[in-house]
Every structure is written in C-alpha cells, then in structure tokens.
Design a protein around this ligand. Structure first.
Ligand SMILES: [Cu+2]
Length: 171
C-alpha cells in the first residue's frame, strides 16, 4: 500500500476535520520549559461539592515535579491518582506531587492522575472557563485556565467509583 486511493484520501480528510476543530479550541500555558496543554474540567450537577481537572504536561527540560494546584472554583485542590488494582478503582491523594521526567510527559486524565477540586463554591458550568494555578518544584507557579466541558466528557474508563468514594456526586 504505497499510495492512498482518491477514496481513501477523502476519508482521511474527513477524519481530520474533528481533530482540527479540537486543536483550534485547545489552549496551552507554559512554566519554564514545561507546556501545559488544554486544562479542562467537567460540568458538575447542582450541589456537587467536588470536581476534577485534567491536562497534559509536556516537559522539554530537566526533571521537575508538580507539587500543588489551585482552582478559583474550589476551596481546596489536591493532586490525585486513580489506579485499578485487582479490578477495583482506587483514588489516592499524592501529597508529594507528581514527578515529571526530563523530556517526558504526564497526562492528567480520567482514570489516572487528576486534580481534585473540593468545597466547590458554585457548580462548574459547561462552556465556561475558570482560573487556577499550578506550582512546580523548579519551574515555579503559573496561572492557567480550565475549559469546562460537558459532564461525562471524554469518558472511556471512568465509572466514577473512585470519586463516589469521596462521598459526593461523581464529577
Ligand atoms: Cu480524585
């Protein structure tokens, strides 16, 4: 298969469109040589006290560590990791933060690392943005903005079990 047929080329072009649309709405921030790609969160139902934040960290520099985060919608933000052990989802706080390898990347995404927002001051509303900060051990503190997507956005593996363990509605 050295060449694409015209039919395949059209198909490929069609498949690219949603990708381009996503890229156009993506946003990113920088802390030193660390790129923070598309911080996002999910809309929460009225009365929810917790939410979650996701993003991708791409490090073009020496090893660093994400040690803290804040969000203006939350009274308190923790760095969490969700893991699957023997078929059971567990979520635990990462008080030492998350290691970011030199020239490496770490994804904060549903079912894995995430930022956990506690004591929400108001529901997180779809289509809005809210401000926050990330603090790295070496690169320091950077202002970021989370884009809010619909409840349940991009969920492949998140059954919400881990978040329900916090005693609140699952974000
Ligand atoms: Cu969590």
């Amino acid at each position: 298969m050295s060449m694409l047929s015209p039919h395949r080329t059209l198909l490929a072009a069609a498949l690219l469109l949603p990708v381009l649309a996503t890229a156009a709405s993506a946003h990113e921030f920088k802390a030193g040589q660390i790129e923070i790609e598309h911080p996002w969160s999910r809309a929460t139902p009225p009365g929810a006290k917790t939410g979650a934040g996701y993003l991708l960290l791409e490090n073009d520099g020496p090893a660093d560590r994400l040690v803290a985060a804040t969000a203006e919608v939350a009274g308190r933000t923790e760095i969490h990791q969700m893991t699957m052990t023997d078929g059971v989802m567990r979520m635990r706080a990462q008080p030492e933060g998350v290691e970011l390898p030199a020239d490496g990347e770490v994804a904060f995404e549903p079912g894995s690392y995430h930022l956990m927002f506690f004591d929400l001051k108001q529901p997180i509303r779809e289509g809005k943005r809210f401000k926050g900060t990330l603090t790295f051990e070496k690169a320091g503190t950077v202002d970021i903005e989370f884009a809010v997507e619909e409840a349940g956005a991009k969920k492949t593996d998140d059954n919400g079990g881990g978040h329900a363990a916090h005693g609140a509605a699952s974000p």
